[in-house]
Structures are given as C-alpha cells and as structure tokens.
Design a protein around this ligand. Sequence first.
Ligand SMILES: [Fe+2]
Ligand SMILES: [Fe+2]
Length: 159
Amino acid sequence: MTLLAWNDQLANQHPQMDQTHQEFVLLLDALDIAQREGAPDVLARYDALVAHTVEHFAQEDRWMAATGFTPENCHSNQHRQVLDLLGEVRRRVVEEGQTELVPRLLPELAQWFEQHAQSMDAALVFHMSQVGYDAASGRIERPIQPEAAIAGCGSSSCS
Ligand SMILES: [Fe+2]
Ligand SMILES: [Fe+2]
C-alpha cells in the first residue's frame, strides 16, 4: 500500500511547487517501501528525502523572503522544526540503533505534509499571486511595503 499517493488535493496550481511536492511524495513512498521490506538502503533513501526536503523548504523560504515575509515567519519556522526532527530521528537511528523510529515517523510525516501543502503552502501560492511574483525572474508587480512585512503565513493553521 502506498503511504501517500499524489492526488489533485495536493496540487496548488503552481508548477514549480507542485513538481517539488510530487518529488517529495515519490521519495517518501520509496523510503516507506524500503523500510517495510527491510532493504539495505533505508538510510540512503532517508538521506535522499532529507536532502530534497532541505532544498524544497529553502525554495519556499526564498519565495517568502522575496515577497515580504519576515525571516521568523511561522511557515519558515515550521520548515525548520521539521528539518530538526528529521535530523534528530537520523541521529537516534545511527547512534542509538532506534530503527523503529523510521516506521513511526513516516506516516506522521505524510500526514503533516498533506496538511502543510493544503494550508501554509497553498497560502504562500495565493500570496505570490496576490503580489504578482514571478519566481523565475524575481519580478514583483505589487510589492508590499517593508513596514507591512508578514510574520504569519496567511493560512488557518497559523495561530
Ligand atoms: Fe512545500
Ligand atoms: Fe512549506
């Protein structure tokens, strides 16, 4: 069974983001299959997912920085927390042999991603369209003023 399959609910109608998210889903699923089969390359697949996630989050953080979010905005903070967790799980697996943490982590990571893509990431896409941001050129048609910098994420999951 697939842990998380790509579906229309996950698409945010932003080709670059959706492409990255599809890659994330594929890497997550490949890791899940490897760990369920007890394959020898579980750690390598884990590292591949983490490396991809570092760039995935950095890409969104760059878009936020370019369109008027503060560095400490809650969306970027959530990215940092997830990367910290992924790093801590890897450390415990490698240093303490807690291999059971990987099968415990993956369903939660899948659930988190589904929710995150549909809330914070969707809100980011909406914001980028509101300000007329073109990621390829870096052009912004309607930049927001520095005093209006955004600390929240614009989604309902932002408290
Ligand atoms: Fe994302
Ligand atoms: Fe995100």
